[in-house]
Ligand binder design. Structure first.
Ligand code: ZN
Length: 432
C-alpha cells in the first residue's frame, strides 16, 4: 500500500497549483459530529431539528463557492457548479443518520463530495467542462418512519407515495406532517424526477459498514452493485400442548421446525461466495414456558448480487422448510414481506473506480454491497452509477463506535476526486 499523500497538491489545468484538501474533509466531519452528535452518537435523524441543523451547517460550507443551491420537491439538497456542458456529474451522500448512529455513514459522501466540488471550482475557475452537482439525499435511513431511500426513490421515480402516506413514527406523528414541518409537501415528491434531466453519471463514496476490506487489509474497494433481497415471513404451524403432559414423540413443535431452518440457511448461503441468509426474528406462540410452541413466525432475509443465485436460495429455503415441517409434524406457510432485484453498477464507471482506487491505494478489490444505498435507486432509474467503499474498523456501523482510520478517510477523498475527474472526461467523450 502506498503512503497517502497528505497535502496532495498537484499541477492541474493550466499548470496552476490545485488543491484538494482531504484533511479538511476529516476536520469537517469532526465539526459535524460535534454539532449534531451527543454521547450516544450521531442524532441526525431525517425530518428532525438536528437534521435541519446539519443542513444549515452544510449551507455555511458552500458560502463563497461559485455554486447554486436548491431543494427539490422531495427535500433532496442540490448544490450545482454549472459547467460549460449541461451534462451533469452527480456526487451523492446523505446527512441523515440513524438514532445513536456513527459519524461517517452518509456524511462522508457529502463532505468528500464537497471537497471534490471545491477542487472542480478551483481548477476550472468556477466553470468546469461538465456541470457538477452534489446531492444530499433526504431520509436515506428511514430510521423514523421505516421507509429507507425516501428522497432518492422519489428522484428515481420508484417511490410508493400511496403506501408511504399513512406512515407514522413511534409517537404517532405522520410522515407527511414531519415533511411539511421541514417545508416540503409530500404529495409533490414525484416532481423530484425532473432532476434526472441532464444526469450523466452518479458517484457515491460510503463506508463499507462490513468487515471485508479490513480483513483484506485494503483501505478502499470498488462496489460491484447492491445485492438483491428476498425477505419473507415463514410461519410454522404445529399444535399448542401442555409441556408437562405431552410426550416428546407426540409433539407438533413449530419452534423445532423453525430452529432447523435457522441452522439450514447457513449451508444454503455457504454454497455461494457473497450470499447471506439471516433469520433475524422468531416469534413463538403462545410463548410461555409451560406450552409446546403451536405457531412460530420466522423472518428470513436472503441477499446476493446474482439474481439466479438469489432465486435458487429462496427455492432451497422453501424446500427445506417443508422438509422440517414434515419431520416435526407441522405445516409451513410463506408470505413475502419485501423483495428487490440485485442492481449492478455501470461497467465503464466500475473501470474508472478501479483505476482511481488503484492509483491511490495500490490495489483494487471489487465487492458487492449487502446494504442498499441511494446509488441503487439512481442506477435503477437508468443513470450510470458506481460506488466506492472505504474500510470500516471492525466492520461496525449504525452505532456510535463506527469508525475509519483518518488516513483511509483522506485516501477515500483522493480516490473519489480521481474517479470524478475520470467520469467527467467520460461524460464529455464516452467513446474515448
Ligand atoms: Zn449510509
Amino acid at each position: 500500500m502506498r503512503e497517502p499523500r497528505r497535502a496532495n497538491r498537484y499541477n492541474g489545468h493550466n499548470g496552476k497549483i490545485m488543491s484538494l484538501d482531504p484533511h479538511r474533509t476529516v476536520a469537517e466531519l469532526k465539526e459535524l459530529r460535534a454539532l449534531t452528535g451527543d454521547e450516544n452518537g450521531a442524532q441526525r435523524v431525517a425530518w428532525t431539528d438536528t437534521w435541519l441543523k446539519s443542513r444549515e451547517w452544510f449551507q455555511s460550507k458552500i458560502k463563497g463557492l461559485p455554486v447554486q443551491h436548491h431543494y427539490d420537491a422531495a427535500g433532496n439538497s442540490w448544490t450545482t457548479l454549472p459547467g460549460a456542458s449541461d451534462k451533469t456529474l452527480i456526487i451523492g451522500g446523505h446527512l441523515d443518520s440513524v438514532p445513536n448512529g456513527g459519524w461517517l455513514d452518509g456524511s462522508l459522501g457529502v463532505t468528500a463530495g464537497l471537497e471534490v466540488l471545491r477542487r472542480f471550482a478551483e481548477e476550472f475557475s468556477g466553470r468546469p467542462p461538465v456541470t457538477v452537482c452534489l446531492v444530499d439525499w433526504a431520509d436515506e435511513e428511514g430510521a423514523r418512519f421505516g421507509r429507507s431511500l425516501l428522497g432518492s426513490s422519489a428522484f428515481a421515480g420508484t417511490s410508493s407515495i400511496e403506501a408511504d402516506h399513512g406512515r407514522t413514527d413511534k409517537d404517532g406523528i405522520r410522515l407527511e406532517d414531519a415533511v411539511k414541518r421541514c417545508g416540503f409537501t409530500f404529495d409533490r415528491f414525484p416532481e423530484a424526477t425532473s432532476g434526472r434531466k441532464n444526469a450523466a453519471a452518479y458517484l457515491e463514496l460510503h463506508i463499507e459498514q462490513g468487515p471485508v476490506l479490513e480483513r483484506m487489509n485494503l483501505p478502499l474497494g470498488v462496489v460491484l452493485g447492491t445485492k438483491g433481497v428476498e425477505r419473507h415471513s415463514v410461519t410454522f404451524l404445529g399444535q399448542e400442548a401442555h409441556s408437562g403432559s405431552t410426550p416428546m414423540d407426540a409433539r407438533h413443535d413449530a419452534l423445532a421446525a423453525a430452529a432447523k431452518l435457522a441452522l439450514e440457511i447457513r449451508s444454503i448461503a455457504g454454497k455461494h461466495k457473497d450470499a447471506v441468509c439471516t433469520i433475524g426474528s422468531l416469534k413463538t406462540f403462545p410463548g410461555i414456558v409451560t406450552a409446546v410452541v403451536g405457531r412460530c413466525e420466522a423472518a428470513l432475509d436472503q441477499r446476493d448480487l446474482d439474481a439466479q443465485v438469489l432465486a435458487g436460495m429462496y427455492k432451497e429455503a422453501q424446500e427445506a422448510s417443508q422438509r422440517f415441517a414434515r419431520e416435526e409434524k407441522c405445516t409451513v406457510e410463506w408470505s413475502r414481506i419485501w423483495s428487490i432485484q440485485p442492481i449492478a453498477f455501470h461497467p465503464a464507471l466500475l473501470g474508472f473506480c478501479e483505476e482511481a482506487v488503484r492509483e491511490v491505494s495500490g490495489s483494487a478489490h471489487r465487492l458487492p454491497s449487502g446494504p442498499l444505498h441511494d446509488a441503487a435507486e439512481v442506477a435503477r432509474s437508468g443513470i450510470p452509477a458506481v460506488m466506492m467503499f472505504v474500510q470500516s474498523l471492525n466492520g461496525i456501523s449504525h452505532n456510535k463506535i463506527e469508525n475509519t482510520k483518518e488516513e483511509h478517510l483522506e485516501m477515500s477523498v483522493q480516490a473519489l476526486d480521481r474517479l470524478a475527474a475520470k467520469a467527467a472526461r467520460w461524460i464529455l467523450n464516452p467513446a474515448a
